[in-house]
Ligand binder design. Structure first.
Ligand SMILES: *Cc1c(COP(=O)(O)O)cnc(C)c1O
Length: 864
């Protein structure tokens, strides 16, 4: 029988327990063990059964139990303490307030952070993988630092899928319905009590409506748009059905909702709650990029706005927008048929009044090798944001190469895409026992003085570290056995067939973790390149290794599912199944015991396709050692002693051969370095040389891999400068009007800018180190004046083909002006190192509100 209607009855708590509701509705509990203890004390069994879900726990507890608790002095005291702690956390000044909002007190009053997915806790499953987890960690770290971020995302009725396995090891997907009433979110309501909604005009149909849910991530509100509302036809209700499902048009609708609906939701949120409006907008990957178009609409045609022209509005929008790109794989870039985008933005479409041809131009691949028929969300992202970054140094470099077509006049190194390396949220990912170890050494678990943690690393005795590591390994083994039993039952095994699971994995064996999406570049199956050799490593009588593997394939990716099946089949082999396990449904709940339980975290992507990767950082914070290809973050922070680098066969074209070489190198490392060190124990059973590496890992990586470091970097390098430029433009928009007019004038006049003649003196033919080279450059500026440009002496080493490398720039200054817009610029540079030296002179536009020399894309170099 089917119900004709369903609703969720919210529990009524006795007044003495009202604080439980507040604690359940602020997700800070998810990274605060003392608050989790309070929920566990409500009913330990239900806490386990609900998968540590406070909202469902409170819904399941009976009245009688509540009455007992309301009379339990000990419980009430713990509850009051947790409530007071939350109150302090939410209101006391934190880093951002103490530092006056960033380094120089110029930080934005609020930042809108847009992302298609947010991975905050297992009980709010609105993420698929790394991008979402990163967004969740960004919000949590912002909350810990007091950075005034407002998250903006979608609420997917089915989230991502749940993974299970068929008997044959083929991935099965299910999409359980999430009932918002059972999630830790509340609906944004107008003062009248009506749900707050936003709407977007759709081609040939009624408006798309969405309501707004708010999740509280500590101090950070997260707005989530949901189209499951009365008044929407079914095809619109389905817009927020699931994450990354459906065809191109479906995705376009989701992205319109996220970007345009997201800005409208922020406005509603500010209007209703009085919250500061964002001064800076951050788009986490291209999917949310349409937010820039809605802001242009507000600034140009919205009756409540300042009625700027398009170019001025574009400057205002760009100044206050930050774009982070996340993929080094061209196929991973989000692109739509141009005609489809045209249809949705036609006259009375999603952004009425904003000219559709200007919109199309923003996303057009109008560079060499571009496809004229597509609308590219990353390209639009760069054009709508003055500041852009990749997510590790290597990824920044790869991105500069990938998008150089947008700045063809500049060398790759000068493409204005920086990098901020990702980080992970310590309190979410570090095992509680690890914090307890630090506490025994005198560092309070929620100390804001993070350096104190690294300071005590050397003072904790090896026995204590090793005992803790065993506890963590044991916990992982138990969790894995539970998951295996469940999975095998689902795969159709009879209970008599499950006995072996009781001895699957061993808490005293070197444990290696490997969990990631089954995208082909991640090479899930590299380790089984030589199955016999792998078997020998697993079954080594003296130094065995065990592997815990997990990962989901995208539902449409049969190639990825095949990789999973290969791994599953291997791990089904009775000879090795106690040493290699595949755990279905990799998610936050699995990840939390997984990282602390591993001794080694393995990662072997095809370099350089891993933009950053964060799972190895989580392992490192728990005293795990990384064994990884030098890609993403590991390329940057591997120092020779904090783990191992798997040598890569870069440049070997034959993919099979490359995989063979890299797999062999991996086996060699495990056999000759990793396992011998792990099993080399002293008289009390402690592997001292291993622990040396663990301590060094914590001290060298700990301070770098935290999301608080990442968020501080975003504040200092991107948010505060963006706010400063935006303020310079926005006070009365005169700055933006001027900047837009200046850009137009410079671009129109640029054909008249030339470097006509360059003279140097003081160095002769064979100069020595220390010689001073004087340079005079004669330039023609046409109708521009010397203040509009910068004349630069660019110098560096040279290749045999006279290409300049590792260039540095010195300014030449105006010395004399002549008739007809010609000028002489002079300067000098000291030759401070031996070897090849080359230089050139160039002219670039100069304005104090530009963020990079390449911003206008034009440069003048000597001709001939
Ligand atoms: C950390 C994490 C990821 C991302 O890890 P990568 O190293 O970027 O692959 C994905 N899923 C879950 C559940 C995680 O916790």
């Amino acid at each position: 029988m089917r119900a004709i209607r369903r609703f969720t009855v919210r529990p009524v708590l006795p007044p003495a327990l009202a604080a439980l509701n507040d604690l359940a509705l602020n997700l800070r509990w998810s990274w605060h063990p003392p608050t989790q203890d309070v929920f566990a004390a409500v009913d330990a069994d239900l806490w386990e059964q609900t998968g540590h879900d406070p909202v469902r726990l409170l819904g399941a507890v009976g009245r009688e139990r509540f009455e007992q608790l309301a009379a339990d002095e000990t419980f009430l005291a713990d509850l009051a303490r947790a409530e007071a702690d939350l109150e302090t956390y939410l209101t006391a000044p934190r880093w951002y307030q103490r530092s006056g909002g960033g380094a120089d007190g110029s930080g934005p009053r609020a930042i809108g952070y847009f992302s298609p997915e947010f991975g905050i806790t297992a009980v709010l499953p609105q993420y698929s993988g790394g991008l979402g987890i990163l967004a969740g960690d960004h919000l949590k770290a912002a909350s810990d630092l007091g950075v005034p971020i407002i998250g903006v995302g979608l609420l997917y009725r089915h989230g991502y899928f749940k993974q299970s396995l068929s008997r044959e090891g083929w991935q099965q997907e299910t999409y359980p319905v999430l009932d918002p009433d059972e999630l830790p979110i509340s609906m944004l309501r107008e003062p009248t009590g009506e749900p707050a909604t936003v709407s977007i005009a759709m081609p040939g149909g009624p408006d798309l409506l969405a309501r707004i849910w708010v999740a509280s991530v500590g101090r950070v509100p997260l707005l989530m748009l949901d189209t499951d509302v009365e008044g929407n036809p079914q095809q619109y209700v389905d817009v927020t059905d699931r994450l990354y499902g459906g065809n191109s048009e479906h995705r376009l609708r989701q992205e319109l909702l996220l970007g345009i609906g997201g800005v409208r939701a922020l406005r509603a949120f500010s209007r209703i709650t009085g919250h500061e409006a964002p001064e800076v907008f951050h788009t986490n990957e291209g999917h949310a990029g349409f937010l820039g178009l809605e802001r242009i609409r507000e600034l140009t045609v919205d009756p409540a706005g300042p009625a700027l022209d398009f170019d001025t509005a574009l400057e205002v929008g760009r100044a206050s927008t930050v774009f982070t790109t996340h993929t080094p794989v061209p196929a991973g870039i989000d692109r739509f048929p141009r005609s489809l985008v045209a249809q949705y933005f036609a006259d009375s479409g999603a952004c009425p009044g904003v000219p559709v041809e200007r919109i199309l131009a923003l996303g057009s691949e109008d560079y060499e090798g571009g496809d004229p028929a597509v609308f590219n969300m990353a390209v639009m992202g760069f054009r709508l944001a003055q500041r852009a970054n990749g997510v590790s140094q290597l990824h920044g470099q790869v991105s500069r190469g990938m998008f150089q077509g947008l700045w063809p006049a500049f060398d790759e190194a000068e493409v204005p895409i920086g990098s901020i390396t990702n980080g992970v949220h310590g309190p979410t990912w570090v095992g509680r026992e690890v914090f307890e170890l630090a506490a025994r050494a005198g560092v309070a678990p929620d100390s804001e003085h993070v350096d104190a943690f690294w300071d005590v690393v050397d003072s904790i005795p090896g026995e204590a570290v090793w005992a803790t590591k065993r506890v963590l390994r044991q916990r992982l083994v138990e969790d894995a056995r539970r998951r295996l039993a469940k999975s095998w039952t689902k795969r159709g095994a009879a209970s008599a067939e499950l006995a072996w699971i009781d001895s699957a994995l061993d808490p005293d064996v070197l444990t290696m973790g490997f969990a990631r999406r089954a995208a082909s570049y991640k090479r899930l199956t590299l380790m089984m390149r030589d199955p016999e050799r792998l078997k020998r490593l697993l079954l080594d009588p003296a130094r065995p290794v065990q592997l815990v593997i997990a990962g989901k394939a995208h539902p449409a990716d049969d190639g990825g599912k095949k990789l999973i099946q290969d791994i599953v089949r291997l791990s089904d082999d009775p000879e090795i199944r106690h040493r290699i396990v595949f755990l279905p449904n990799y998610d936050i709940a699995m990840a939390q015991p997984l990282y602390p339980g591993c001794d080694v975290w393995l990662n072997n992507p095809l370099r350089p396709y891993e933009a950053c990767g964060t799972s190895g950082m989580k392992a490192a914070l728990n005293g795990g050692l990384n064994l990884s290809v030098l890609d993403g973050w590991w390329d940057e922070w591997y120092d020779g002693d904090n783990g191992w680098a798997i040598p890569t066969a870069d440049g070997v074209e034959d993919v099979d051969r490359r995989d063979d070489l890299e797999a062999a190198a991996l086996y060699d490392l495990i056999e000759n370095e990793v396992a011998p060190r792990f099993y080399d124990v002293d008289a009390s059973g402690v592997p001292t040389r291993w622990l040396e590496m663990v301590r060094h890992t914590l001290k060298s990586l700990g301070p770098k891999v935290l999301a608080t470091r990442m968020v501080r970097d975003y504040v200092r390098q991107l948010y505060a400068p963006a706010a400063a430029t935006a303020r310079a433009l926005n006070s009365d928009y005169a700055g933006a009007v001027d900047l837009a007019a200046w850009k137009r004038r410079v671009l129109e006049s640029w054909p008249g800018v030339r470097v006509e003649h360059v003279e140097s003196s003081g160095v002769g033919d064979s100069p020595e180190v220390g010689a001073l080279m004087s340079t005079r450059a004669f330039v023609a500026l046409g109708s521009l004046s010397p203040e509009d440009v910068e004349v630069q002496l660019v110098h560096g080493r040279t290749t045999a083909e006279d290409e300049l490398l590792d260039t540095r720039t010195s300014l030449l200054t105006l010395a004399e002006s002549y008739e007809g817009g010609r000028h002489r610029f002079d300067g000098a540079v000291a030759l401070d190192s031996a070897g090849s030296f080359g230089y050139t002179v160039r002219v670039v536009p100069r304005h104090e509100l530009l963020a990079s020399d390449a911003e206008l894309g034009v440069v003048a170099l000597p001709t001939g």
